[in-house]
Design a protein. Structure first.
Length: 282
């Protein structure tokens, strides 16, 4: 039996592809439902990501649609399987926005995370005190937030960098990120030390975009590019929410902009030197 759930990035992606396959065959929702011995309502929920599907049912669907390409089938099977898995973050469904839950789910199995930050240290590299200071700044705007719970979630996410096959983290941060006194002098000193330590990890690359670099492509806002075994997406965040760009062309353009930012930034060794100079008060 298929199960119902909140749509996730993967369930939406799976549904979109299944709808495209159906339409490529010239099938209406009603005709496809009869072909698959399903109700139009259940098929619609599947195509909008609101209902999951198990492998035997998906195999039957692809057989009936005439999908024989092995790579296409395996891609869809993997999407369906990953969409069905529940991770540690699901216990916080009442505390986090759906877009944040999606992000954490993708981050947990990412093979690579590329992050450009104009104002703040990326979450995967924040210290606990720095995280608390960031959350407090949101509370000062009238939001009701549980600082300890949200800080614990942020720190739990950082384990992705220490798992047996850790994600590659490529970070470009504005020089302003290093000079902004988030949480005060002692908090920022500890945060700079954390960045210095992280820069020594084989799977982490930190580059600083110096003030002297001037305007660059993609320099008008922070964003993250997450790559997993089965998809790549862009997350853009603003003051109150975040949204995803899932189209291949959008991902390509942001990846190209990120490459330009990397080129304009200091090398990893020069970036580390700058971090160390700021720690020493230079």
């Amino acid at each position: 039996m298929d199960d119902q759930r909140r749509p996730t990035m993967r369930s939406r992606k799976l549904g979109q592809r299944l709808r495209a396959i159906r339409e490529e065959r010239g099938l209406t929702l009603q005709k496809a439902a009869r072909l698959l011995n399903r109700t139009p309502s259940s098929l619609s929920k599947l195509e909008t990501g609101k209902r999951g599907i198990r492998r035997p049912a998906l195999e039957h669907m692809l057989d009936r649609y005439g999908v024989t390409d092995t790579r296409e089938r395996e891609y869809l099977f993997e999407l369906a399987q990953n969409a069905a898995e529940r991770g540690w973050w699901h216990r916080y469904e009442g505390d986090l926005q759906p877009s944040t839950l999606d992000y954490i789910a993708l981050e947990a199995e990412a093979t690579m995370v590329r992050s450009f930050q104009l104002h703040l240290v990326p979450g995967l590299l924040q210290t606990e005190d720095y995280t608390r200071a960031v959350i407090r700044s949101q509370i000062s705007m009238g939001e009701s937030l549980d600082i300890e719970k949200l800080a614990a979630i942020r720190l739990r996410r950082q384990r992705v960098l220490a798992k047996p096959r850790p994600a590659l983290l490529n970070v470009v941060i504005s020089e302003a990120v290093l000079r902004q006194q988030v949480g005060g002098v002692s908090t920022m000193d500890a945060q700079l030390r954390r960045l210095s330590d992280a820069a020594q990890l084989s799977n982490v690359e930190i580059r600083v975009l110096p003030y002297s670099a001037g305007a660059q492509p993609g320099h008008n806002g922070s964003y993250h590019i997450l790559t997993t075994r089965d998809l790549s997406v862009v997350l853009i965040e603003n003051l109150t929410t975040g949204w995803y760009l899932e189209e291949d062309e959008d991902v390509r353009r942001h990846a190209l902009a990120f490459d330009h930012l990397v080129t304009a930034s200091l090398s990893p060794s020069d970036s580390l030197d700058l971090i160390e100079r700021l720690r020493s008060g230079a």
